[in-house]
Design a protein around this ligand. Structure first.
Ligand code: HEM
Length: 450
C-alpha cells in the first residue's frame, strides 16, 4: 500500500541501534589496565541496563510531571484538566512498582560480583542522576528539606537543577489549588468551626464511654483517659492557626493551614461527587510519595547488602545517608498525616443544604430544579384559579418568575375591588408558602393605574 510518508522500520523508529549500542561495560574497556578486572565483569551488563532502564522511566515521569505542572499552573484549574492531571499522576503511580521491583533483578548480582567492577566506577554515583533530582524537585522536594545539598555535579547539570528549583513544583501548585477551594468558608458556613465542634463532642463521648465502662479497672480507665487527652491535645494543636504555623516554621509541617483544611474537608466528605476527583488526586500524590519512599528504602537495603557500611562511590556515608533521605525526603507526607484528624462518619457534621447542593453534580441539581418548577407551577395555578373564580373581572397582565418567587400582576376594575381582592388573596399566599414552600407575590392595581 502506498503511504504519503516514508515507510517506517521498527528499529529505526525506536532508534535501537543507538540504544542497544549504549551498553559499554567499563570493566571490559579497561580490561588489563592497572587495578581493572581481568577479564570484563559479567554482571556489569546487568548493572548498566538496570540503570538505563531507570533513566528511561525517569524520563517518562518527567514528561508526565511537566504536563501536570502546566495544567496546575492555571488559575482556576478547569475541572476536566484536573481529571487529565489525575490520569497522568496515576500513571506515575503505576510506574512506581516497576522501579522498586527492578531491585529484585539487580540483587541477583552478589556483593562479590559487584566487587568485580565497583572500583572502576569511582567517582560516578547515582548522586549524579540529574533526572532523579529533577523528579524530586518537580514533585516539590526543596533544598531546606534535603539531607545533603552539595552534590558532585557538572556545571551544566547544576544549571538544570537550579533552573528547575526556581519553577513552581507540584506541591506548591496543589497547595495553591487547595487554598482556593470555595466550599469550606461561606458567610453561613464554616467547615472549621463545625469540625472543631464535632471533634469536641466526639472526645466528650469517648471520655463518657471510658468513665462509665464497668468492665474496666480504675487503672485501665485512667490510662485510657490519659491516652484520650493526648489525642485531644494533638487535635487542639491542629485547631490553632498560630500553633500550626509554629509547626510549619519548625519544619514539622509544610502544607499551609488553609490548604490542610481544604485537604481534610476533601478526605472527610469525599462521597460528594464534586470532591471525588480532588480526593483521588490526593490519594495519587500519597501513592507516589509512598512509592518513592519504598524505592529509597529498598535501594538503601540493596546498598547495605552490596557494600555494607562502606562509603558510596559518590562520597556520601552510604547506607546511613540513604536511610536518612528515606525518612526525610518525603514531599506529600502532610497529606497522609491528615489521617490522624479524620473522624468517624457517625460524628461527622452533616453539610448544610447550601453546601451539599454545590457538591453534587449538575444532574442532581436539574432534578431538584424540575421539582422546584413543578411546585411553583402548582402554587401559581392554584392562586390564579382562586382569583379568577372569585373575581371574574380580574385581568392577569403579568405572570413572572423572579428570584425564586412567582409574581402575578392583576388589574381590577377599581381600587375597591383591588383592595378587596388583596384581603382575599393574602391567606392563600400563606397557604402556598406552607404547602409548597413557594413564595407567590400578587400585585393588584385598579385598571386606571396601569
Ligand atoms: C549495586 C547497586 C547499587 C548500590 C550499591 C548503590 C549505592 C548507592 C549509594 C551508596 C548511594 C549514596 C550516594 C553515594 O555516596 O554514592 C547511592 C545513591 C543513589 N543511587 Fe544507588 N546504588 C545502586 C544501584 C542504583 C540503581 C540501580 C539506581 C537507579 C537509578 C540508583 C540510583 C541512585 C540514586 C538516584 C541515588 C541518589 C539518592 C539520593 O540522593 O537520595 N542506584 N546509591
Amino acid at each position: 500500500m502506498e503511504t504519503p510518508y516514508k515507510p517506517l522500520y521498527y528499529g529505526d523508529y525506536l532508534h535501537l541501534p543507538t540504544i542497544l549500542d549504549a551498553q559499554k561495560p567499563r570493566s571490559g574497556e579497561l580490561s588489563g589496565e592497572l587495578n581493572a578486572p581481568n577479564p570484563a565483569a559479567h554482571d556489569e551488563m546487568l548493572f548498566i541496563i538496570t540503570h538505563q532502564t531507570y533513566e528511561l522511566w525517569f524520563k517518562q515521569i518527567i514528561h508526565e510531571l511537566d504536563a501536570i505542572l502546566a495544567l496546575f499552573s492555571q488559575n482556576p484549574v478547569p475541572e476536566h484538566d484536573v481529571a487529565t492531571a489525575l490520569h497522568r499522576l496515576e500513571r506515575i503511580g503505576a510506574i512506581g512498582p516497576i522501579l522498586f521491583q527492578q531491585i529484585d533483578v539487580l540483587e541477583t548480582m552478589t556483593p562479590m560480583d559487584f566487587l568485580d567492577f565497583r572500583d572502576v566506577l569511582y567517582p560516578a554515583s547515582g548522586f549524579q542522576s540529574v533526572q532523579f533530582r529533577l523528579v524530586e524537585i518537580k514533585l516539590g522536594l526543596n533544598r531546606q528539606n534535603r539531607v545533603l545539598t552539595h552534590l558532585p555535579l557538572s556545571d551544566e547539570d547544576k544549571e538544570r537543577i537550579n533552573k528547575a528549583e526556581k519553577e513552581p513544583s507540584l506541591f506548591s501548585l496543589v497547595e495553591l489549588w487547595l487554598e482556593r477551594m470555595p466550599f469550606i468558608q461561606k458567610p453561613s458556613y464554616s467547615f472549621w468551626e463545625e469540625y472543631q465542634a464535632a471533634v469536641t463532642k466526639m472526645f466528650a463521648h469517648d471520655r463518657a464511654m471510658i468513665e462509665f465502662n464497668a468492665a474496666m479497672s480504675a487503672q485501665m480507665v485512667g490510662d485510657m483517659l490519659t491516652q484520650t487527652e493526648m489525642n485531644e491535645k494533638s487535635f487542639q494543636a491542629f485547631f490553632s492557626e498560630e500553633a500550626y504555623n509554629a509547626l510549619r516554621e519548625s519544619g514539622a509541617k509544610r502544607l499551609s493551614f488553609k490548604a490542610s483544611q481544604a485537604a481534610l474537608f476533601t478526605l472527610l466528605y469525599r462521597e460528594y461527587p464534586i470532591l471525588h476527583l480532588p480526593f483521588r488526586l490526593l490519594q495519587a500524590l500519597i501513592e507516589i510519595d509512598e512509592n518513592f519512599s519504598v524505592w529509597r528504602y529498598r535501594h538503601a537495603q540493596m546498598a547495605m547488602r552490596m557494600i555494607g557500611s562502606k562509603v558510596g562511590t559518590g562520597g556520601s556515608s552510604g547506607f546511613d545517608y540513604l536511610m536518612k533521605a528515606t525518612a526525610q525526603h518525603r514531599v506529600f507526607a502532610d497529606f497522609s498525616a491528615l489521617s490522624a484528624f479524620l473522624i468517624p462518619r457517625g460524628s461527622l457534621p452533616k453539610l448544610p443544604d447550601e453546601i451539599a447542593s454545590m457538591l453534587n453534580f449538575v444532574y442532581i441539581d436539574r432534578q431538584n430544579q424540575e421539582r422546584r418548577e413543578t411546585r411553583h407551577k402548582a402554587a401559581s395555578e392554584y392562586v390564579k384559579t382562586q382569583v379568577q373564580t372569585n373575581f371574574p373581572n380580574a385581568f392577569l397582565i403579568d405572570d413572572d418568575y423572579d428570584n425564586g418567587a412567582v409574581e402575578l400582576h392583576y388589574t381590577f376594575p377599581d381600587s375597591e375591588t383591588a383592595n378587596h381582592a388583596m384581603i382575599f388573596i393574602a391567606p392563600l399566599l400563606d397557604g402556598m408558602k406552607a404547602e409548597y414552600g413557594v413564595d407567590v407575590r400578587v400585585k393588584a392595581v385598579p385598571v386606571h393605574a396601569v
